[in-house]
Ligand binder design. Structure first.
Ligand SMILES: [Zn+2]
Length: 320
């Protein structure tokens, strides 16, 4: 029984995930014990995306083991979990997800873990959500409607990240018993310092050059925080999986000309041919940025500072 039970449990997890995927509303089974924490072992926090993983790791320190489900460099909008990934969520003491439809492929698995009694912390429940006006099902997210869609990319604003970090200790304490309040407070202070440094960087960019053209609508929070003009996105969607039409590209090129935008920040998931076409039409400079992935084991603070610096210096160099 000792060796067969875990296998049966794993099979059951798979089966439940499949059932949940097939039916629109997953059934809520009786909550089973999900914690596998042994005596003395650190609690396990499963985090969906690499960026969120870096944020949580910094706030948690050594109090818990942070396991990131999506591999680095993956596009969170399109990533799909394996059976092992589903099992990892199932056996965690706490699941931390981004929310607002970012992890589309992982949603069924997270719902299943929650139904089985694993506490789920949703980061975007704790941010001042930016909404984008609905444009008739143009967005890649299920929750999008005519009233506008909530933008999931809160991590491009360190002030929003700070709010999430401030909310974490209560959730971690409830689910694992660990006290991370001091560590999280220190992380919050670092985020405040980073926020001030980034604001200083953007203040040096000439006002006319503070424009943003991106791959998809991934930098809205950064724009809101630091007073940048969001001219448009190549893929006019909150998801990198949105569609690009020739009519939209023509509109974007007009908007870029009107705003004097001379840089396009390209990202994961943007087809090269599309980027090349824009460069040919507008003479803009392409600058590659990673908006959804933290490289290696970099801290969130280092990552956001580098991203913002890359954007501000590119704008300053091409601005008139
Ligand atoms: Zn995105």
């Amino acid at each position: 029984m000792g060796t067969t039970r875990p296998r049966i449990a794993a099979l059951l997890v798979l089966l439940l995930a499949m059932v949940a995927a097939l039916s629109a509303c997953g059934g809520s089974g009786p909550g089973s014990a999900s914690s596998t924490t042994a005596e003395g072992a650190r609690p396990v926090i499963a985090v969906t995306t690499p960026v969120l993983g870096a944020i949580v790791r910094d706030a948690v320190g050594d109090a818990a083991e942070v396991r990131v489900v999506m591999p680095n460099g993956s596009d969170p909008h399109e990533w799909r979990p394996s059976a092992r990934d589903v099992a990892a969520l199932q056996s965690a003491d706490l699941v931390v997800q981004n929310g607002l439809g970012l992890e589309q492929g992982l949603q069924e698995a997270v719902t299943q873990a929650r139904d089985d009694g694993v506490p789920v912390f949703t980061a975007t429940d704790h941010v001042a959500v930016r909404t984008v006006a609905g444009s008739g099902g143009d967005h890649g997210h299920d929750h999008a409607d005519a009233g506008g869609a909530g933008d999931p990319h809160f991590w491009t604003d360190p002030a929003q990240v700070r709010r999430v970090v401030a909310a974490l200790p209560a959730a971690v304490r409830t689910s694992t018993g660990a006290d991370i309040s001091r560590q999280a407070a220190a992380a919050g202070r670092r985020l405040a310092a980073i926020d001030a440094a980034i604001a200083g960087d953007f203040a040096k960019v000439p006002a006319a050059a503070r424009t943003l053209v991106t791959g998809h609508e991934s930098l809205g929070y950064l724009a809101r925080r630091y007073g940048l003009d969001l001219v448009g996105a190549v893929t006019p969607s909150l998801s990198s999986q949105g569609q690009v039409s020739a009519a939209h590209l023509a509109e974007l090129e007009d908007a870029m000309a009107a705003a004097g935008a001379r840089v396009v920040f390209t990202e994961t998931g943007l087809p090269n041919a599309v980027a090349d076409a824009i460069v040919a039409q507008t003479g803009a400079t392409l600058v590659q940025v990673g908006t959804e992935a933290v490289a290696g084991d970099a801290s969130y603070a280092t990552w956001i500072r580098d991203l913002a610096r890359r954007i501000s210096s590119s704008l300053a160099n091409t601005g008139s």
